[in-house]
Every structure is written in structure tokens, then in C-alpha cells.
Design a protein around this ligand. Sequence first.
Ligand SMILES: Nc1ncnc2c1ncn2[C@@H]1O[C@H](COP(=O)(O)OP(=O)(O)OP(=O)(O)O)[C@@H](O)[C@H]1O
Length: 587
Amino acid sequence: MKRRRGAAARGAARPLLLLPVQAALLIGLGGLVTGPAAHHWPLAVEDRVPRALAEYRDAPVLITVSEWLSALGSTQVVVGLTLAALLALLRLPRVALRREALFLGAAVAAQSAVFVLVTAFVERPRPDLPRLDAAPPTSSFPSGHVGASLALYGGLAVIAALRLRGPWRPAVMAALLLVPPAVGLARVYRGMHYPSDIAGGLLNGAATLLITASVFLHGRHRSTPRPPHGPHLPAQAATADARGGRTELVVPTVLVVRHPYGCPDDLAERLRAVLEGHGHPHREQRWIRTTAERPAGALTEELAARRPALVVACGGDGTLRACAELLAGSGIPLAVVPCGTGNLLARNLGLPLDPAAALDASLAGDSHLIDVGRVRGDGLAPTRFTVMAGAGFDAAMVKDASPRLKSRLGWAAYVLSALRHLRDPSVRLTIRVDGARARRRRARMVVIGNVGTLQGGLPLLPGARPDSGHLDVVLFDPRGPAGWLAAATHLLSRLLRRHPPLPAAAARTEAGGALEYFTATRVDVRCARPQPRELDGDPVSDGTRLTAWIEPGALRVQLPRTTAVREGEEERHGNSPTRTAAPRRAR
Ligand SMILES: Nc1ncnc2c1ncn2[C@@H]1O[C@H](COP(=O)(O)OP(=O)(O)OP(=O)(O)O)[C@@H](O)[C@H]1O
């Protein structure tokens, strides 16, 4: 496996061999510009341009503006901004931005290496007129300022094109792409370069961007990623189909993760047929079974071997969580097939609850980016969740729901279990929201949600949406029968009257204090004594701490044309101006 990955990495890095070719071409061009072509049009007359621009040096504002623009391409600014951008890209809570950081760092470094090499061979004097900057000892051809600024600002524009959504994207890209030509103009104005030097710098920057993007970004952002075809297939990724004497290489493009109890053989057959109906023939499907120890089966190994066009998860929220853990940040779309007891993610995404219908509708729809929560705590390594993380009453209920009753009664088994825990005592805790001061509270349960609706449409977290960019938190502390009644009445009235989603707010209480809500991008809960804890309906070890944070838009899911996410989009554009995060429709 390691050898295969090493070979794949070497293959992907092969375009870097073009960098010496790029340097050789630029040296050749430099020789042409300073040699045979120097006395021919347009090079023979291009010194008129800096001379003409120099006529306008009596305007102090132009001198200042050109100085600022020129500084944008200077070594100090380019190095400083590149380091700052790398830091930001690496610290953003999406693992996939590491590739973008590698791309940007490599583009700036490679451009500068090629530039240094070229200027060691090419010697072109600067324009013969008074200059506004001290002339560096390097050749006038090509412009280092322009090459460096195209590598940096052009690289950032590429990242913006891949990562930004909404109306800002073209504006940000245009602003970034305008910088290198503006730097070029400033350099000519200041008497530092001829126009052909600027063209050389642009060529150097553009070629470096093309090469580094093909190494570091290729294949990461296609809307329907395809596995590799042809003779470069890793041997193990291909299976031979020797029908009719022909040997044909076949790569599974769809990985189907199946919980064998939630998705038994007859249902698997129906799902297979749905996939075939959507253009994924049997031979392109690879089915993986989950086990108690490996809730995503061999998905890790399969993803390491090849990049599928789609992953289909057939199971409950636990199976989905295990798949989301591996797919977050990858851009690979996940189709959610509800085959569990609670199926809360499917419910909250507005999917049909019949597994075959959900798969059919999802495959006919589009892919969208949704948020994923991440949580850690004492005895709990950082883990992603798509629905909710909780401690206290809900976790005790999940923990004690008998598997036998679950298989017989479905989610009613959770209700029976809940009744047993109604009298569980509350716990003292502190909650810290987005780094603010810790607040002391008592609660029977704390739930941190990426989505907020429970079985039967009960809106536990009425403001939660899977693409809001934040987590919604509720502390549940009904005091006595009156408190329970107030809480139940409040939730039921929300359910029956279908209130519009609540605006994001730092904190608010409802039902006489029985429910306290927060929104946060990061929340830290510490309980005075160990509590049962759960993630997406699966019990995890008891403990005192839960620290959760949001990974906005980290998971690409395949959704039907009309879903909770799409409806929210309409709502936001219509009568719900309070929301801020736009649903991210994947391209
Ligand atoms: N083959 C298997 N045998 C026994 N347990 C399994 C197997 N595969 C997965 N599991 C366990 O099942 C759990 C995940 O179940 P999942 O959440 O998908 O279904 P569920 O519990 O019926 O649904 P829900 O979470 O909606 O109630 C994981 O804890 C995993 O360890």
C-alpha cells in the first residue's frame, strides 16, 4: 500500500520537472530580447513607454500610488504576505486547505527560484532614464516584482476561485488578479523596467502557477470527481473483466458502506438497482460492510486506494458519522441512505425516510456543502459529528435503549428509555461560548447540535441548520413537574405552530428558564461530575468535558432538489433576514 501511494505521489509531482524547462525557455527568451530581437520592432522602440510615463512624474499622487503598488511586489511584502496567508490557510478549520497552502508556498518559492536562475544567465540593463527606486543588481528581464506578485496574488485568486462562494468570489478574484498588471505598470512608470520585462515576469508567474496547481490542486475540486483511467491505474485499483475474451479495466466509482443489520441483503439489492438506474453499473459499485469495531468498514483503505465519485452510506446516524469523519474536507460527495433507528441527519436534511427513495432523490439532486461539528473531551479523542453531541439525560437515554427493543419498536425504544431517566439529577456545569467568560449553570442535559430536529419533528434546537456555520447549544434544566410541563409545552408549540427558525443569538432562555440556548463556533462544557455522553446517537465513554467546534461546509452531501437546506435558502432570501450563513451549493 505504502509503495503504491509513493508511486502515486511521485506521478503527481512529475509536472515539477517542467520548472527547469520553464527556466530554460525564459533564458532563451531573455537571450532573444537582449540579442537578435533587440533591434527589431517592438523591442527597438519599447523604451518610449517608460519615457512617456516619466512625463507624468510631476504628480506626487502618482508617485505615491506607484510606490505602493511597486511595494506590493517587493520581496519583503511578498514573503510576509505569503507567510501570513500560509498561516491562515493552515489554521482554518478545514484540513483540505493544507493542499492550498502547499500550492501557494510552492508557487511563490518556485517562481522566485526560476527568476534567480534566469537572471544569472540574462543580463539586460535597466531603462536609460532617471529611476525612482534603487536598481537591484539583477537583470531587467524578467521583472521579479511582477513574477512574484502573479505567483502570490494569482495563487490567492486560484484559491478564492476554488474555495469562496457567493457574490464575493468574482470581486475578490478580480481584485487579486489586477495586482500583478498594476505592479507592472508601476514598475515601468518608475523607470525600472521595459514592457517586455513585465511580459517576461507575467510569463514566469503564470507558468509557475500552472505547474504548481497541476501538482497540488489537480483533481481536488472537480464537481464529479472521476477515478483515474487508463494505463496509470494502480494495479490493485483495477479489476479485470474477462467477459467475451476481452480484458477491460474496471474501477469502482461508487463506494457503498452498508450496516448489515440496518441494510439487509434484500434492501441492498434494491439500492444496487437504484444506483444502476442512475448510471452506476454493478461493476462500478464496491460494497463495504460495517462491523461493530469498524463502523465505516474498510472505507479508510478504500479511500487510500482510489478517489471514488461518490460514497453512499446505508445505516443509521452512527454509520453516517463514521463515514463523515473520513470524508470531511475531501470534497467527495456522500449520499445519505437512512437505514437506522433515529435517522436524524436524514430527517434534518429533508430526505425521504424510505432508503431507496432517499437514494433515488439524492442521486437526482445536487451536492451541497454542510457543516460538521468536531468534539473532544476527557477520554474522547477529536471526533466529528453531523447531528448532535450530548451529555446527561439524552446520552443516558441512548445508552440504555435496548438493541432488542430498538429492532422491534424503532425509535419508540428511546422513549421508553427516556421515561426511566426522567428523574435523573441535574449536574453543575460551566459553559464557555466562543472564548467568553465561563457561565455557571445546572442542567440535566447539554446538547450541542449541527442540526436541531428530533424524531417526530420535535425542534430541540429550533435555530440549528446544517449550513449555518455555527453550532447551536441547549442546556435543559426543567425544575419539578411545572418545569417539565413548561419545557414540553414550549417545544410542542414550536412543533405545532411551525415557527420560522430563530435568529442566531449569543444566549436566550425559554420556558421559564427550562431551556437555555446559545450559538457558538466553539463551546466548552465542563461538568462537576462524569456524565454519560453521546455522539449522533451512539453512546461514548462517560466524562466531564465536551469541547466542540464547527467545521463550516466541510462535508459535501448529495441532496434532493427540494430539501431542508434548499428551503432554508429560499426562506433566507424571503422572510428570514436574520440568518447570516449562506448554504453552500457545491459546484
Ligand atoms: N456488523 C455489525 N455488527 C454489530 N454492530 C455493528 C455492525 N456494524 C456497525 N455496528 C455498530 O452499529 C453502530 C452504528 O449503528 P447506526 O447508528 O448506523 O444504526 P442505529 O443505531 O440503528 O441507528 P440510529 O443511530 O439512527 O439509532 C456503531 O456503534 C457500530 O459499532
